[in-house]
Design a protein around this ligand. Sequence first.
Ligand code: SAM
Ligand code: DTB
Ligand code: SF4
Length: 334
Amino acid sequence: MPLNPQNPVSDITYLSRPRHDWTRDEAAAIHNAPFNDLIFAAQSVHRRRHDANTVQKAQLLSVKTGGCPEDCGYCSQSAFHETGLKASKLTPAAEVLAAAQRAKAGGATRFCMGAAWRGLKDRDLPAVCEMISGVKALGMETCVTLGMLEDGQAEKLKAAGLDFYNHNLDTSPEFYGEIITTRTYADRLDTLAKVRAAGIHVCCGGILGMGEGEADRIGLLVELANLTPHPESVPINHLVAVPGTKTASAQPLDGLDFVRAIATARIMMPESVVRLSAGREGMSRELQALCFLAGAGSIFVGEELLTTPNPDHAEDAALFAALGLSPARAETTA
Ligand code: SAM
Ligand code: DTB
Ligand code: SF4
């Protein structure tokens, strides 16, 4: 019996070893443990593997905005939604590098470039590779999120200097079809396998607060934790409700349930960096502090995520000061 039924999160040494055979019952036992037990275990696992007072800062840039042919129910950039967003062409590499330089000056150590594409087209590869190698040359970690990949593309991204590819599973396999119909869970897993095979670090997580049930949040975490190896980065987004999207009026997730999900992710994937991603703009400092206590070790900084607002530098500087947190140095670059 891997978990003590009297106190499912008591065996910290056992929990600190990565596993890839999680059952939903085991995950639910952790997720639904008494809150204090859960947070204690999550923080204990966190401290075995990570510096508890360090939080990494990553910054996003949308390099191609809007007009996306996918129907992701949460997304401001889907052509299926009237969100008033202006669609743009791919941003020239020089502009992207200027933004990366500003992000670096603001303290970000990872720069993540996102494009509203169904998938990467070969004709866009040279421009994207120029962005990646330019950001890498600044001494930042590089990340892109460009939709699905075809055979051979991941290797070219890797050769350009790509450290991380972000591609989320978003929710449980059962709830997925309620949110996205234009591509499947299997499509997502296929791209993740290509990223892994090319030797690029995987950044893979999901969105909470889209109207899913607790079982879906647990189901998502089991899918993520049974990827082998675990994704190096696990972004946990709280839905940013965007008017005009399918999930615009979803009930926000209770803050304590959000913290439970972060803590459960932390315990199930002990070596991964769990990112408190989208949705901080709507969170109190106290809720964010609980997320850090639950094992979140990374955030997105800067006033904008891809298309929606994020806390500004002054607010985050005050939060880091109040909590005695230090920004992390880049993991993969000197
Ligand atoms: N088009 C690419 C894709 O979907 O893989 C990359 C960009 S997409 C915006 C990256 C991720 O951002 C999505 O998988 C989703 O998890 C997250 N995301 C998008 N819109 C969001 C929202 N309104 N609130 C929270 N997370 C969101
Ligand atoms: C991820 O999991 N969250 C980021 C990043 N990966 C690309 C995106 C958040 C987007 C939030 C909505 C927006 O700004 O459009
Ligand atoms: Fe397109 Fe990505 Fe938005 Fe889905 S999440 S609509 S794929 S930009």
